[in-house]
Design a protein around this ligand. Sequence first.
Ligand code: COA
Ligand code: AMP
Length: 630
Amino acid sequence: MGYQDIYKSWQNDPEGFWMAQAEAIDWVEKPTKALNSDNAPLYEWFADAKVNTCWNAVDRHVEAGRGNQTAIIYDSPVTHTKREISYFELRNRVASLAGALRAKGVEKGDRVIIYMPMIPEALEAMLACARIGAIHSVVFGGFAANELAVRIDDATPKAIIAASCGIEPGRVVHYKPLLDGAINLAKHKPNFCVILQREQEVAHLEEGRDYNWHGFQYGVEPAECVPVEGNHPAYILYTSGTTGQPKGVMRPTAGHLVALNWTMKNIYNVEPGEVFWAASDVGWVVGHSYICYGPLITGNTTIVFEGKPIGTPDAGTFWRIIDEHKVKSFFTAPTAFRAVRREDPTGEFIKKYDLSGLRAVYLAGERADPATIEWAQEKLNVPIIDHWWQTETGWAIAANPLGIEELPVKLGSPSVPMPGYDVQILDEAGHPVEAGTLGAIAIKLPLPPGTLPNLWNAEERFKKSYLNTFPGYYETGDAGMKDEDGYLYIMARTDDVINVAGHRLSTGGMEEVLASHPDVAECAVIGVADELKGQLPLGFLCLNSGCGRDHDDVVKECVKLVRDKIGPVAAFKLAVVVDRLPKTRSGKILRGTMVKIADGEEFKMPATIDDPAILDEIATSLKTLGYPAS
Ligand code: COA
Ligand code: AMP
């Protein structure tokens, strides 16, 4: 069957389609029903099943005789380390860690925060939680203590699992002091912490609260897999919204298993036993779905890569790994390719390696610009597949499903909706628009299995953020269009979220931090176009009248403040002091117009602008920062 037939078969019988896909999962108790609509517009899939994620991702492969197959390859150019972990070994390590967590009182439904770099133990910690039905929440290492504290207070974890340090090129990231700082800041205190002491830095452990990863497993009974209900949350992953308070996206256990399992063959075109590599980070949704769960659920070998596309040691790292570990399907962010291309435009490093085993490359996380795709197509000579999804969905909304059929690639489009997603382009009144017309991208409810059923502890916010604008639809927050062939084009966000190097960040969150500076009276943060990272945040600061301070000093303090409060990942380095901000007569800051000026794009003078002369002042200030870039 081709893509059209499969998509139609889902449209004709959505529940039957997903029940059939559910056959691939090992259930403790099979679901009797696919969809539960009792609480619409909140939906649940396979709610009455009993299942365990860790069993499906690890134990069942050992039972099926795949125990000796490599489950995880750890390749860390920053520590000069390579290691392989078989499914058999992974089962034992995860069972032991889960047993130790249980012995310290962690039970089904308890939250556990994981704050770790790209090491196999991060996956083991996630799987150990899944094994005992604990709900993990992984926090990306590039966030500062304050962001970690916000997540601790929202998730109220019983335990935190962390590493002593992470390694960024040229510096050691001191995770443990960040963790201690976060616990100090947070109102909620975990009962205990488990710290993996890395060779690169041994951290101080606080007596009575912190346990050594290895030591605390001594003598414990390994844990068996605990069956959980199909709608039990597998994890919470925080993502940026319009304010500084991140949204806790919940992932339901059964739908997650069924959906990810479906994607591995149908989208990524890999068979059990083959090597799949997503060069992302476990702190992001790509890392959850395609470094940890997806490949392991299907019995692939996954790669944990601790390094960067360039500089660790060079722009050939991706190609070395693909050659050395025989990667069949490779997933990365367009930014990473832009970085490689900038260093090695003619692909000299590519020529050094045997990439004949590579079948396809997948890009997501931000818009894939046609020039980058064309470069990759020419240099790698395999399909380069752009696909579009979000933390909220957990898997691709639109893709080119190579395992079903290779559809023609259209540059600038992540191709077509996947089964489960009825994607519509709506006008402001919520009516579908014609092909070729821009609008808000919405998905008809219910969303498919594996997508978020709710936000953690924030049902009203869930409804307000996603369901209320277009009743009967999920609002994606992206704007774009569909063409006559049903291909989607994702053009921009409709909210205050920007995308920096494939990382989703809230300009509203940065504004909250800047506004806390004692000399800042008012501020605005916008995302300006950047050749490498897609977008960069840029701040406009209005100082308190009579402040009299040197502008450069205030800018420096503000840059440091964002780094200290949100973290280096915000990449906030551009800011300028202005006298006033352009606003509508009702007082709304015209951020969109400022973006157009910074990007050197044509813009229409907003009819409601209070004082058009301010736009000239903004343009002059932007010039001092080198915008628009030539
Ligand atoms: N822990 C601590 N700090 C981190 C971090 C982590 N896990 N990840 C990034 N940072 C820091 C970086 O060290 C950098 O700090 P600096 O300002 O002191 O230099 C800052 O956060 C910004 O990092 P990054 O966005 O990675 O920029 P970069 O200039 O270091 O590297 C790229 C540029 C293009 C190589 C890099 O952005 C990249 O690999 N992007 C791909 C992103 C990706 O895979 N996204 C996943 C979505 S699928
Ligand atoms: P995240 O939740 O961090 O995965 O970010 C999701 C957002 O990134 C989406 O809502 C889009 O704005 C953007 N995004 C992800 N993938 C793509 C893509 N293939 N094309 C365009 N934008 C994308």
